[in-house]
Design a protein around this ligand. Structure first.
Ligand SMILES: Cc1ncc(COP(=O)(O)O)c(C=O)c1O
Length: 395
């Protein structure tokens, strides 16, 4: 009998290295519903980690919609839609999303990540060029790689650099500019009007990933295109229902032509099953709620502004956020992890974010405000930041 070969010792070394550098990410287990407060290790803690911007993940109306849909339609979609057929609910969601986003058509995917993997290779390929913001999300980077197009990265949100890179690039086929709408680690916004102008001048396609703008920016949470009044100008909007909608799922919004093409060519649509029934029903309910009232979106913003103001007053560096995402810049990964650990001891769950999610030396605590937080919650959170900040001599 052959002796077993230890072919993963290199992985153990890698993991040990990560631990040594304070870069090993330990994932907390949540023992309660996802909400403004959660239970971890039997302890109730204030939750500043979730992208559950509007507090819909555990909202009674959303849960009820999912339950009713299960009773009527079951749970799973059966197979990929192009083979097993599409269900009424999926069609309804795409129509409602199109109306909500004020576009001709949409197509849903299993997640925002898959939406990027779906749309980018369907629009550009070998011989084409992608101009991609230097801080774009991993799913855009992977979508670009899958496409086999030439990827030209421009400096984050730097339109002069983009113009320069365009000048220097030999563009033979199609070209597209792709940017995150809200940059998830810093909370800043893409200069979408400027990007659109450059795309228009050059005859390029323009695509924005609005994962953190959906349900957050624009009138009643209609997203970054609405925020800047660019309806009909941005060719492709990618979105997610995993954040503000409180559910899971991805969406691509644009012209009927683009969406028709994606139904023929988007590989995650053709080769992976659709969103589940309760997810779709929950998303439909979320749209109802967003269309009925802006109350949750308004509360999210006032909470974010209150918390950021409080942190700044204490002397924390909150970067250059323009949204309810608040990065508390700390620098070294070890300090950020220690900060997060001490916050947890104070009853606040706020994760440290370090390399490779952000650049080395740019570790931070990222505070995600939500509409599920009360003023008292926020005051308690600020007091915890003050105690830990002082103890670690950050402020
Ligand atoms: C900009 C951006 N795009 C896409 C995604 C992926 O979304 P989902 O969680 O729905 O896959 C995220 C989530 O982290 C994101 O921040």
């Amino acid at each position: 009998m052959a002796t077993a070969v230890d072919n993963t010792s290199w992985l153990r070394d890698e993991i040990a290295g990560l631990k040594e550098q304070g870069l090993f990410n330990s994932i907390r287990t949540i023992e309660s519903p996802m909400d403004g407060w959660v239970e971890i290790e039997g302890k109730r803690v204030l939750n500043f980690c979730a992208n559950n911007y509007l507090g819909l993940a555990n909202h009674p109306a959303i849960k009820e919609a999912a339950k009713q849909a299960i009773d009527q339609y079951g749970v799973g979609p059966g197979a990929v839609r192009s083979i097993a057929g599409t269900m009424t609910l999926h069609d309804q969601l795409e129509e409602r999303l199109a109306r909500f986003k004020k576009v001709e058509a949409t197509i849903t995917m299993q997640s925002g990540f898959t939406a990027n993997l779906a749309v980018i290779p369907a629009l550009v390929g070998r011989g084409d060029t992608i101009f991609s913001d230097g801080l774009n999300h991993a799913s855009i980077i992977d979508g670009c790689r899958l496409s086999r197009a030439t990827v030209v990265r421009y400096e984050h949100n730097d339109l002069d650099d983009l113009r320069q890179k365009i000048k220097e690039t030999d563009i033979t086929g199609r070209a597209i500019i792709i940017s995150d709408g809200v940059f998830s680690m810093d909370g800043d916004l893409a200069d979408l009007p400027g990007l659109y102008e450059i795309a228009r001048e050059n005859g390029f396609l323009m695509m924005v990933d609005d994962a953190h703008g959906e349900g957050v920016l624009g009138e009643g949470g209609r997203g970054i295109v609405d925020h800047f009044g660019l309806h009909g100008k941005v060719d492709v909007e990618v979105g997610t229902m995993s954040k503000a909608f409180g559910v899971v799922g991805g969406v691509i919004a644009g012209s009927q032509t683009i969406i028709d093409w994606l139904r023929q060519r988007a590989r995650p649509f053709l080769f992976s099953s659709a969103m589940t029934i309760p997810d779709v029903a929950a998303c439909l309910q979320a749209i109802d709620m967003l269309e009925e009232s802006t109350e949750l979106v308004d509360r999210l913003w006032s909470n974010g502004e209150f918390f950021q103001h409080g942190l700044k007053e204490m002397g924390f560096d909150t970067g250059h956020t323009e949204t309810p995402i608040i990065p508390v810049m700390l620098g070294e990964a070890k300090l950020a992890r220690e900060f997060s650990k001490r916050l947890f001891e104070e009853g606040v769950f706020a994760m440290a974010i370090a390399y490779p999610t952000v650049a080395r030396g740019a570790a931070r605590i990222r505070v995600m405000n939500t509409a599920a937080h009360t003023q008292d919650d926020l005051k308690m959170g600020l007091e915890a930041f003050k105690r830990v900040g002082e103890a670690l001599e950050v402020i």
